[in-house]
Design a binder for this molecule. Structure first.
Ligand code: FMN
Length: 299
């Protein structure tokens, strides 16, 4: 059983896959790269984003909640910020930091609550709204998350969230061409290719499905973000080379957040940016939009 558990853990499989992707270098005629990027019409300092986290407490006796602390870091770094399951008053605290934030709402069985949280997010200045469609099911049927029941989400329901506000809509938890195409069809402006830190055993590594998702969405005006296991500039570089527009760090930023709060997150993500810039420069890609898979090898 011990062994079965180990090999079915998608986090380990994902890490192994990412580590099997190698990068060549191209120095002649290369110049220092720039990590600036554009997303939904806004300029950001890098194609690196914070994760849609929830349920963080106050760390190391500090006054502010971890979600607020990392949102402040996102604001100061000028990167796109994400947050997940929470009540409206907590989202207001995050919106009040001034970070450009995507509010990911849970697929609650109470559809009124879904719409209320989305409309509230719009009213307090969310940058975009979305839903994590990969948190619908549990082993007993529909999942119950911190006492709240989840429900199936049809394409029609997702379309109704797109129509609810004029904000861009993001579908989080896409791990197939089928869901990517449906997301584009309902009018989503971005998808997050993710297995939500391994909710399904043997979930395919997000980077492994990226190229076919990228091909399937060609010409559809849908941005592609990837998460799961992103911990370095090299990981972000590989994600972009394989077809993503940006990547979100996740649990990799938690030690920095817990020990040093906002400053720790700034240092950690600043390090990811430095490594990304270094690899871009060393592979001859001056701009993020130039990066392609021609420099990658697989072990
Ligand atoms: C503490 C914690 C809370 C999370 N809460 C949410 C959430 O509310 N909504 C959501 O869509 N994802 C949530 N996630 C999933 C992350 O957004 C992300 O998809 C996942 O952690 C994979 O990235 P990683 O391997 O880099 O951690 C949470 C993850 C963690 C660790």
């Amino acid at each position: 059983m011990e062994n079965y558990k180990r090999i079915s853990d998608p986090n380990i499989i994902t890490e192994k896959y990412m580590d099997s992707i190698l990068i060549e270098s191209r120095y002649i005629d290369s110049v220092k790269a720039d990590t600036e990027t554009e997303f939904f019409g806004e300029k950001f300092s890098m194609p690196v984003m914070t994760p849609a986290f929830s349920h963080l407490g106050k760390h190391a006796g500090r006054e502010k909640n971890g979600l607020v602390e990392y949102s402040e870091a996102a604001r100061d770094l000028n990167i796109l910020n994400f947050c997940g399951m929470m009540e409206n008053d907590q989202f207001k605290e995050i919106a009040d930091t001034g970070a450009k934030t995507v509010r990911i709402v849970k697929p609650y069985a109470d559809n009124g609550k879904v719409k209320d949280q989305m409309l509230f997010a719009k009213s307090v200045g969310a940058f975009a709204i979305g839903m994590d469609i990969d948190h619908i099911f549990g082993h007993e049927g529909y999942d119950v998350v911190v006492g709240e029941e989840m429900s199936f989400q049809t394409a029609e329901m997702l379309h109704s969230y797109v129509e609810l506000t004029d904000l861009p809509f993001v579908v989080k938890g896409v791990l197939s061409v089928a869901d990517a195409v449906k997301s584009a069809d309902i009018g989503a402006k971005a998808i997050i290719v993710s297995h939500h830190h391994g909710r399904v055993p043997y979930a395919v590594p997000p980077m492994m499905v990226l190229p076919e998702i990228k091909d399937a969405l060609e010409g559809r005006d849908v941005k592609i973000i990837v998460d799961c296991g992103i911990a370095s500039g090299a990981d972000v570089f590989k994600a972009i080379a394989l077809g993503a527009d940006a990547a979100a760090v996740g649990r990799s930023m938690l030690p920095a957040l817990e020990s040093e709060g906002s400053e720790g997150v700034k240092k950690f993500i600043g390090g990811v940016q430095s490594e990304l810039r270094y690899i871009m420069s060393s592979t001859g890609f001056e701009k993020v939009s130039d990066i392609d898979s021609s420099v990658l090898y697989e072990l």
